[in-house]
Write a protein that binds this ligand. Structure first.
Ligand code: ADP
Ligand code: ASP
Ligand code: MG
Length: 413
């Protein structure tokens, strides 16, 4: 018998009618002769509301308690999905992450999956159940509840598909697949038929939240192909898989944007061993994630170092860096919020030249100033003003010939 893991995101289970539609689809899949495991997210908006509630109650809630709270979002939705299947005459049972055998490390709010013991799921499947598993959560060896980071239901689905040796893993969401750019940013973006794990990994890491990047990383590491597709339409989605030979023929697969970034520059930093280490140790000690780092060529034995952080981390980063800047003898510490990152991604970059020049042309023609540039083997990223980012995405999308026809943007929610 074929085994299918289907993941449904928050919008897909956003109200009772949508939950009923999910239940129907699960039953339909079972009727086609498959064993079905459903991984369900919290209903749209629920996780955000729980986070707001926690912050309104306590200025700095403990991460352990946050996990206990956040896990309730998925608890509610699995019970509702199982009830909906049963109401339609099917046989379903809901399992929390712990019951499903998802064992994690002890890093609350961004735990890593250490192991999955799918024994209970397998027994329930052989008894004919549709098994409805809570996404985004697991438990430590001591039995404490953990969560897997925002968007973590994607990871639950991929990891379960791997552990169960599933024949297919389908990620149902509110768009029809992975597009050349977020279709809410570039309305003429095209749905891709396929994408290499590495490309989706770079896109997810650069702000395309259609898949959680840790989930894609897991899929790549353990070779779990999956399809991103619509829960509202029947059309085929996008298959993410190991790279194939012809994939390099496409110069740019997609464009990602990431808003709410901030840029920090230390100017006149003495060009001496150990200075960069002092700057970044101070920031990382506060668990602040640093993204693009650019150091200028040294002039008169001093240099400028710039990097980006999330806007919400800027006040803390400035506070930490002010004394460091003074100690190392930097002449200025400058901080700027309201910037965004735009990245072009594609494994075709390895074999095609002129990609950077074309990107800079597109932005230059639009009068958009580039503040920082960084590159990797399959990605070029620039920092620009946040106010320009939608226009920049459209210009770049057109400039790389990704827009073939105009289509209406999908309706959210
Ligand atoms: P879910 O709740 O189903 O997990 P998410 O909101 O996490 O859904 O992810 C789907 C959203 O990702 C889409 O609504 C879309 O706006 C956004 N998105 C960003 N980049 C892309 C892209 N390149 N292709 C498709 N969707 C994208
Ligand atoms: N409910 C969690 C979140 O909103 C996990 C998920 O939806 O994948 O981040
Ligand atoms: Mg998601």
């Amino acid at each position: 018998m074929r085994l299918i893991v289907q993941k449904y995101g928050g919008t897909s289970v956003g109200n009772p009618e949508r939950i009923r539609q999910v239940a129907e689809r699960l039953l339909e899949t079972q009727r086609e002769g498959c064993d079905v495991v459903a991984v369900i997210s919290a209903m749209a908006g629920v996780t955000d509301n729980l986070i707001k509630l926690a912050r309104a109650t306590s200025p700095q809630p403990s991460e352990r308690e946050l996990d206990v709270l956040l896990a309730t979002g998925e608890h509610a939705s699995i019970a509702l999905v199982a009830m909906a299947v049963n109401a339609l005459g099917g046989k379903a049972i809901s399992l929390t992450g712990a019951e499903a055998g998802v064992l994690t490390d002890r890093v609350h709010t961004k735990a890593k999956i250490a192991n999955i013991n799918p024994k209970q799921i397998e027994e329930l499947l052989s008894d004919g159940y549709i098994v409805v598993v809570a996404g985004f959560q697991g438990q430590t060896a001591e039995g404490a509840v953990t969560t897997l980071g925002r968007g973590g239901s994607d990871l639950t689905a991929i990891a379960l598909a791997g552990a169960l040796g599933a024949d297919a893993c389908q990620i149902f969401t509110d768009v029809e697949g992975v597009y050349t750019c977020d279709p809410r940013v570039v309305p003429g973006a095209l749905k891709m038929e396929e994408i290499a794990y590495d490309e989706l990994l770079e896109m997810a890491g650069a702000g395309s939240k259609v898949m959680q990047s840790r989930a894609v990383e897991f899929a790549k590491k353990f070779g779990v192909p999956f399809e991103v597709r619509s829960s509202f339409h029947r059309t085929a989605g996008t298959v993410a898989k190991e790279e194939t030979a012809n994939m390099e023929d496409v110069v740019i697969r997609g464009i990602s944007v990431e808003r709410q970034q901030a840029k920090i520059t230390l100017a006149g930093v003495p060009d001496a061993p150990g200075t960069a280490s002092r700057i970044f140790s101070a920031v990382s000690a506060a668990n602040i994630l640093v993204d693009m780092i650019v150091q200028n060529a040294s002039d008169q034995h001093t240099t400028d170092i710039s990097f980006t952080v999330h806007e919400s981390d800027l006040p803390r980063a400035e506070e930490l860096l002010a004394p460091v800047a003074a100690q190392i003898g930097a002449t200025r510490l400058m901080a700027q919020s309201g910037v965004a990152k735009l990245s072009v991604v594609g494994i075709g970059m390895r074999s095609h030249s002129g990609v950077a020049a074309r990107l800079f042309d597109c932005l230059g023609a639009g009068g958009i100033n580039i503040q920082l540039i960084s590159t990797s083997e399959i990605k070029i990223a620039v920092v620009i003003d946040e106010a320009d980012v939608d226009r920049a995405a459209q210009l770049t999308h057109d400039g790389f010939g990704l827009t073939r026809f105009a289509q209406a943007p999908p309706v959210k929610g």
